[in-house]
Design a protein around this ligand. Structure first.
Ligand SMILES: *Cc1c(COP(=O)(O)O)cnc(C)c1O
Length: 822
């Protein structure tokens, strides 16, 4: 609602003669919550801990022009455009203003008070009734002397029903709140012993609470509570009483029976002699009591028993506060997945802003369509955009048709999806890193699925892939080469185990020239996922030609049989000039055409239009070892001769390439037209001593269980894990079925926990293994590194007398890959 400042001056009885004209729509008591400075009226509250007058300078700089004060202000001359509304007590002024605001509306207002359950009753009433009414409710548990006025201020001309929560901590407070809320119907949830401080007895507290309803036309309460019953009797306020009772058949609302099922509760009741029932998906007594309060309100509002039953069934738990959880890849998640309207958004954003320990983290908001507020989407989302940029959001992920259609209003980094499913399927949930993520959506959007996907799962084994490190490594090799030399990146074998799509997508964006996969299907998957750059297939199977052609995948050709079959198939399909890559066997003796084959090969190439040599290449047998340098040079010589022949048989220029990772570092001068980068991309130098690469993949898990064992006990199958002393043994959820080599068992290798070595004890099992943590201060749920930044893959490979390639590609597909950027 908009109020001219002059009107406010009158309502709060400030004595201001000269005023600059402004229109106020927002009330502010906490300077950190500032969003719309021009429209804000700041109340400089004075409490025992703080003094709002301190923040006036700063707020003025931020554009606030209207202040309610109770003290003299310094630097007034530096704030020439400000209005200072001088009052005796700023809190009282706030309350008076809102009390006056409230009196303009003749709508039902439900006041909720009591010791426990008020926030849940309020939120449930909102869940149960918001379909029927344009509703206002207290944000979170804004129920104090300050919170209540801020809640009631939200009521505007469009509001049809308000639910306002009131809490007190001292005698005498409720009368102020009554004046502001003016409930037409009241709910007193219960009276406990909590917060007894200011009250001499439970009775006194109860009577004080009931003051809230002195002008209400009805009051809803539990008639079986003697304290409340007596207090209502004593006050005898002339208010209609809707006491519900499980004992007294003559109560207006008689609870006949409460039937607890495994995960739900059915309540049979009779209301004005008419019997009915409803079921809620909760079993605790407190939830049943809260639901009965809601039932009474719904009956009071004239809802039918079938409407009530249908909606009760859908009640959802209320998150009492914003939960902060640890997410994957160093993210922190703030969960607010049950509601979404602009007021609760603002509160959640404030919470996110103030979250300490998150300095320097990127601030991301995942937001669903907001509940209809009667505003046009364009107006609403323009407002949202202003709000979130004000609250320092760096990245917005908007989910829902409405927010997506308002994309143009948002200035920050954005992504939009029509539905939660679309977001999850896009793999979007895997692209978070080092972010403070606020997840805020109305319940229909089921954002709990998103928070689940982002949460750091205990008991989970994951392969973390650092895409930034991969890009770094790409450039590390790139800068060794001439700018015109093409880069072919090897993402075969599922990207050396790291997952081909994410890598391919990143490389495509970074200007890599070619990708190489092992088989046609791998290439087809990349195409389907949207990879458009050229893709080479290293081992095309005879029956995969159609896949090759239809997805524009370029085969490597290493034999006459393959070449002839390919030509035949291309002819059949009327394909001409299909690019292929000719593989020369220059000494590796694996696959490829030899020097002797060249004449015949060139004849075939010349005699047909179907395929054309796009490149010619060969592979080293020992480019990483100096002792083979002579042999490598010989391979280069053989290759060059063969390549020349292929070029002579081909009208277009044919790319020549022989260098793999080790070759790039050791035979840089032989880069020719292209190089094929493999293991180096993944941060592993085949030369051992090379500095400057960054580790890309880390295999991680968490401690499942810890056991204390005496030295005479054994661990695992075959009783192989013997102990030399009393030990602590941790079980980890990873075994040989995840690709953890069984030969690492029995102290052949170790894992890293809190920076320390924990050796494998006993045989590694299929899904679990055990490590010795006797000397490590750790607990269940703690993180474990199998290999990664702190335990290089090369080290693990050395223990097993193998090469890092095998370790990387052995991580089984059931291990979830998680990608992140820094
Ligand atoms: C795998 C492979 C490479 C990459 O080798 P790295 O040692 O990983 O760099 C290069 N060329 C061919 C033909 C390959 O099969």
């Amino acid at each position: 609602m908009n109020y001219p400042i002059s009107e406010i001056v009158r309502l709060i009885k400030a004595d201001n003669a000269d005023l600059f004209q402004y229109t106020i729509s927002e009330l502010l008591t906490d300077s950190r919550s500032l969003t719309f400075p021009e429209e804000t009226l700041f109340f400089a509250l004075v409490t025992s801990r703080n003094d709002g007058h301190r923040y006036i300078d700063d707020l003025y700089r931020k554009g606030v022009r209207n202040f309610v004060i109770s003290k003299d202000i310094e630097n007034v001359e530096k704030m020439p455009e400000a209005n200072f509304l001088r009052v005796h007590d700023t809190l009282e002024a706030l309350q008076n203003l809102v009390a006056a605001h409230r009196k303009r509306f003749n709508i039902p207002v439900i006041g909720v008070t009591g010791s426990n359950g008020k926030t849940i009753v309020k939120e449930w009433l909102y869940q149960l009734l918001h379909e029927d009414y344009n509703m206002v409710r207290s944000p979170r548990s804004y129920n104090s002397q300050i919170g209540v006025p801020l809640s009631v201020w939200q009521i505007n001309d469009a509001t049809e029903l308000a639910v306002i929560e009131a809490g007190i901590s001292q005698p005498g407070e409720m009368i102020n709140l009554e004046d502001i809320i003016r409930p037409t119907v009241g709910v007193i949830t219960n009276i406990g012993n909590a917060h007894q401080e200011g009250f001499s007895s439970v009775e006194e507290k109860c009577i004080e609470k009931l003051v809230l309803f002195k002008n209400a036309d009805s009051i809803i309460y539990n008639g079986d509570s003697p304290v409340i019953f007596d207090a209502v009797e004593k006050l005898c306020m002339g208010t209609r009483e809707i006491a519900w009772s499980h004992r007294d058949k003559n109560s207006p609302l008689y609870i006949i029976k409460i039937i607890k099922n495994e995960a739900s509760t059915t309540v049979k009741y009779s209301y004005l002699q008419y019997e009915s029932e409803f079921t809620i998906p909760f079993v605790e007594d407190a939830s049943v009591e809260n639901a009965i309060h809601c039932l009474a309100v719904m009956l009071y509002l004239g809802k039918t028993s079938s409407e009530i039953a249908a909606r009760m069934l859908l009640l959802e738990p209320v998150a009492m506060r914003l939960e902060v959880k640890e997410g994957r890849n160093n993210c922190l998640l703030i969960n607010d997945t049950y509601n979404s309207d602009i007021n609760s958004l603002e509160i959640a954003l404030d919470f996110q802003m103030r979250r300490s320990g998150a300095a320097g983290m990127k601030r991301t908001l995942i937001l669903s369509d907001l509940l209809q507020t009667g505003m046009m989407p364009s107006t609403l989302y323009r407002k949202v955009s202003q709000l979130i940029s004000h609250k320092g959001i760096d990245r917005l992920i908007g989910i829902g048709p409405e927010i997506s259609s308002c994309e143009r209003f948002f200035g920050m980094e954005t992504e939009f999806y029509v539905s939660t499913d679309a977001f999850l399927q896009s793999g979007g949930a895997e692209r978070f890193s080092n972010e403070l993520v606020l997840i805020k959506g109305s319940r229909d959007f089921h954002f709990e699925l998103i928070s689940e996907a982002l949460e750091l799962k205990q008991h989970e084994t994951i392969l973390e892939v650092n895409l930034d490190a991969m890009v770094h490594n790409f450039h590390f090799y790139r800068q060794k080469l001439k700018p015109e030399t093409k880069m072919i990146c090897m993402v075969k074998a599922f990207g050396y185990g790291a997952g081909s799509y994410e890598l391919a997508k990143t490389l495509q964006d970074r200007g890599c020239d070619y990708l190489a996969v092992a088989v046609a299907d791998e290439g087809a998957e990349l195409r389907k996922a949207g990879i458009t750059m050229p893709i080479m297939v290293m081992n095309p199977e005879m029956n995969s030609f159609r896949t090759l052609f239809s997805y524009s995948l370029e085969p490597e050709v290493y034999s006459f049989k393959l070449l002839n079959a390919l030509i035949k198939e291309a002819e059949l399909l009327g394909i001409t000039h299909y690019p292929v890559h000719i593989k020369i066997d220059s000494g590796m003796h694996r696959l490829g055409f030899t020097e002797e084959d060249m004449l015949h090969l060139t004849e075939i190439l010349k005699g047909q239009p179907s395929v054309i040599a796009r490149s010619v290449f060969s592979h080293f047998a020992g480019s990483d070892e100096a002792r083979f340098d002579g042999f490598s040079q010989q391979q280069i010589a053989v290759f060059k001769e063969c390549a020349e022949m292929v070029q002579k048989a081909t009208p277009q220029p044919v790319l020549r390439h022989i260098l793999n990772t080790a070759g790039i570092s050791r035979f840089t001068d032989e880069q020719m037209d292209a190089v094929r980068l493999g293991i180096g991309l993944y941060g592993i130098s085949p030369l051992g001593e090379e500095k400057g690469l960054r580790n890309v993949s880390a295999l991680k898990t968490t401690i499942l269980q810890i056991k204390e064992l005496d030295s005479d006990q054994t661990v695992g199958y075959g009783r192989r894990g013997t102990l030399a002393r009393r030990s602590r043994i941790a079980a980890l959820p990873i075994g040989y079925a995840d690709g953890l080599d069984r030969h690492l068992g029995n102290r052949k290798g170790y894992v890293i926990i809190h920076g320390k070595h924990a050796p494998y004890v006993g045989n590694i099992c299929m899904d679990v293994c055990m490590v010795d943590v006797t000397d490590i201060d750790c607990k269940e749920g703690d993180k474990v590194e199998i290999f990664g930044d702190n335990l290089p893959v090369t080290e693990v490979a050395r223990w097993l007398d193998t090469i890092p390639y095998e370790i990387l590609t052995s991580v089984s597909s059931r291990v979830k890959r998680i990608y992140f950027r820094e």
